[in-house]
Design a protein around this ligand. Structure first.
Ligand SMILES: [Zn+2]
Length: 256
């Protein structure tokens, strides 16, 4: 009996706790922010939602902001027009599983096939473009995800989270918290649906109201809002430029 309990605890630590520490605390194998000097990236999870996503897309369009949507495959199947609109308006579409279930309950190969690849197939069928970014529900990965998913997808977490899934957090509070926490390179996670476990159905209304004021404010600060791939490309470009300058200065011909 005790042997079984000890074995279960070992499996729990190995399969769930170790990847949590590696990714959420040490940042290994995941992207949580960029190093851009003037750019940030807004990301929206748990949609598309027939009520809130169109309103959010209108707001982003008014402010000429491009963002990244981590969508659920099941909802993408239900609302393909919203996925098409995101794609047509220049936003990036990433994967947030087929249903909002934690990866800890699956074997890694089952998770990849039933949740991640299945959603990538759905988005590709709708837009003609296969997603390359993945964000697990609640940011929780199992040990195998770090091997099985990283071969095909870039795993993106976040550097700014403000509890926008709770209706008790007002639009004014959201605005204040986002403006206090964002820095150049920030990846901000928000939610354009309130029907996932632990969220309040009406919460995205406060998020959209607060975000409108945030967008006005950050544009005055000169910060630009990019998709996650653009934010990371800029970082790669900046590092490349620094390395080229270093090569010119030192006369180095070494390639990186
Ligand atoms: Zn989520």
């Amino acid at each position: 009996m005790w042997t079984l309990i000890i074995l279960a605890i070992d499996v729990f630590i190995l399969y769930m706790i170790i990847p949590f520490v590696m990714t959420r605390i040490l940042g290994w194998g995941v992207v949580s922010r960029g190093n851009a000097a003037k750019d940030i990236a807004f990301t929206f999870d748990d949609g598309p939602d027939p009520c809130y996503t169109p309103e959010l897309l209108n707001l982003l369009h008014e402010h000429d902001v491009k963002a990244t949507f981590f969508v659920l495959g099941k909802k993408a199947e239900q609302y393909p027009d919203l996925i098409q609109r995101m794609h047509r308006e220049g936003h990036q579409i990433g994967i947030h599983n087929y249903t909002h279930t934690p990866n800890w309950i699956y074997f890694p190969w089952t998770n990849r096939r039933k949740q991640v690849d299945r959603t990538a197939d759905i988005v590709e069928r709708i837009t003609g473009e296969r997603p390359i970014l993945y964000r697990p529900p609640w940011g929780l990965l199992n040990l195998g995800d770090l091997v099985f998913l990283r071969r095909s997808y870039r795993i993106v977490l976040w550097s700014v989270m403000v509890g926008d899934w709770k209706a008790s957090v007002s639009a004014a509070q959201l605005k204040q918290d986002i403006l206090k926490k964002i820095k150049p390179g920030s990846i901000i996670v928000l939610h354009d649906s309130g029907d996932t476990p632990g969220a309040d159905p009406e919460a995205p209304l406060n998020m959209i109201t607060g975000l409108e004021e945030v967008l006005c404010d950050i544009q005055l600060q000169g910060l630009r809002c990019l998709r996650v791939d653009e934010l990371l490309d800029k970082e790669a470009g900046r590092i490349g430029a620094v390395q080229s300058r270093a090569n010119v200065t030192t006369g180095s011909t070494r390639s990186y």
